[in-house]
Design a binder for this molecule. Structure first.
Ligand SMILES: Cc1cc2nc3c(=O)[nH]c(=O)nc-3n(C[C@H](O)[C@H](O)[C@H](O)COP(=O)(O)OP(=O)(O)OC[C@H]3O[C@@H](n4cnc5c(N)ncnc54)[C@H](O)[C@@H]3O)c2cc1C
Length: 351
């Protein structure tokens, strides 16, 4: 029977980026890909925004995360032969008060590379009237659906995927291996996204999963030059199609799109754009957020052969490449310590 070193449970963005990182480091693994469990990464808009607009601060660790993300996605584009990573400025309409704050921040060295312009006029038409408009750089998106499709095919061709749902009940406490469909592994890394809440081994990790919905619209006369953002994002994905979102729901954690979600998004959309559009599709998914909104990396305190990589929350695209690399350092070195903010031990109150 084939025996490898690791199982990676889940092939969303976390599991996929980790698998590429492990491949690069010649670590033997199999991906356990569930035919029945949903993946948030498939429905995510894939946007990269270096700023937090609410407080007008930089996104957590953005100066470290962005260069790694850019390098890694571009590197994978070369490997897979397809473009997924797109740089695109965000155009944000501003109130008079906001304009003042943005002008002030623009003078600040730390924001130099992220605020490229604050102006009185919109550079494109069919955008709402506002007191000002700012342009954010360092932003863009990863076409996640297509990235994951190419990645899945790549790993399948190399026989690195087992199509199965990992069943925790089947773990044999006395065995020194884990087994799925005739393949054995010495260790398991759980990258289950929001499904982690059903994993009895990691129930103590404080997750606050949040459902989100996204629309795909066709807007023939809307400019594709910018990602628009004003209480809603309008992200051009080609052929005059735009992804528009999002919503935040902490009570309904299903993957089912709702009329209420659609209405909430279109109401905000119609405040931002002034042209016609048609809705062509709608998706929903559950973001794997933690209570402190930081990723979770580490080893199970009761079983040194079990690991977790999760908590990518609302910013998975920017976080996954950097922390997949950290995960590899952690599993290959007994003494490696990830930064305290992301250590699984911060939730360490296991029964
Ligand atoms: C509507 C919406 C919009 C979003 N927009 C953005 C955005 O613009 N930018 C951004 O950065 N992030 C965005 N996100 C967040 C982003 O989707 C997540 O951060 C990221 O996709 C999480 O990846 P993941 O791999 O942890 O989880 P998932 O993608 O959910 O993957 C989990 C995987 O684990 C598998 N799995 C679970 N349990 C088992 C088991 N027992 N056995 C086998 N497999 C199992 C599932 O099948 C799945 O493949 C958005 C999310 C949503 C819902």
């Amino acid at each position: 029977m084939k025996r490898v070193e690791f199982f990676i449970v889940g092939n969303g963005l976390a599991g996929t980026m980790l698998a590429f990182e492990m491949l690069k480091n010649n670590i033997e693994f199999r991906i356990i890909s569930s035919p029945e469990k949903s993946r948030a990464s498939e429905v995510a808009a894939g946007m990269i925004n270096p700023l937090v607009f609410k407080r007008l601060t930089k996104s957590w660790m953005v100066d470290e995360l962005l260069p790694v993300a850019k390098e890694r996605y571009q590197n994978l584009e070369n490997l897979l032969g397809e473009q997924f990573y797109f740089e695109k400025k965000i155009l944000k309409p501003l109130s008079e008060q906001e304009k003042e704050l943005w002008l002030e921040r623009k003078q600040n060295q730390a924001f130099n590379s992220y605020i490229s312009l604050v102006d009185d006029f919109s550079p494109v038409k069919n955008v709402m009237q506002a007191a000002g408009y700012t342009q954010v750089s360092g932003s863009g998106y990863v076409a996640l659906f297509s990235f994951l499709k190419f990645a899945d095919n790549f790993f399948k061709k190399q026989n690195l995927v087992v199509d199965a749902t990992f069943n925790i009940q089947q773990i044999k406490p006395e065995a020194d291996y884990f087994e799925v469909d005739g393949v054995k592994a010495s260790k398991v890394i759980f990258c289950e996204g929001a499904h982690i809440r059903h994993n009895p081994l990691f129930q103590w990790v404080k997750m606050v999963p949040v459902k989100g919905e996204v629309l795909l619209i066709h807007a023939p006369t809307l400019s594709e030059e910018f990602i628009l953002n004003k209480k809603v994002f309008v992200l051009p994905v080609g052929n005059q199609r735009f992804k528009v979102g999002s919503t935040y729901d902490w009570s309904d954690l299903s993957d089912i799109p709702t009329e209420q979600g659609k209405l909430s998004i279109t109401e905000r959309l119609e405040n931002v754009i002034t042209c016609d559009y048609k809705i062509e599709n709608q998706w929903a998914g559950v973001r794997p957020a933690t209570i402190d909104r930081r990723p979770v990396l580490g080893r199970h305190p009761g079983n040194r052969n079990l690991f977790v990589f999760n908590g990518l929350g609302t910013k998975g695209v920017m976080l996954a490449p950097y922390f997949a690399r950290e995960m590899v350092s952690l599993i290959t070195s007994l003494n490696y310590e990830v930064i305290p903010e992301v250590r699984v031990e911060r939730f360490n109150k296991i029964p």
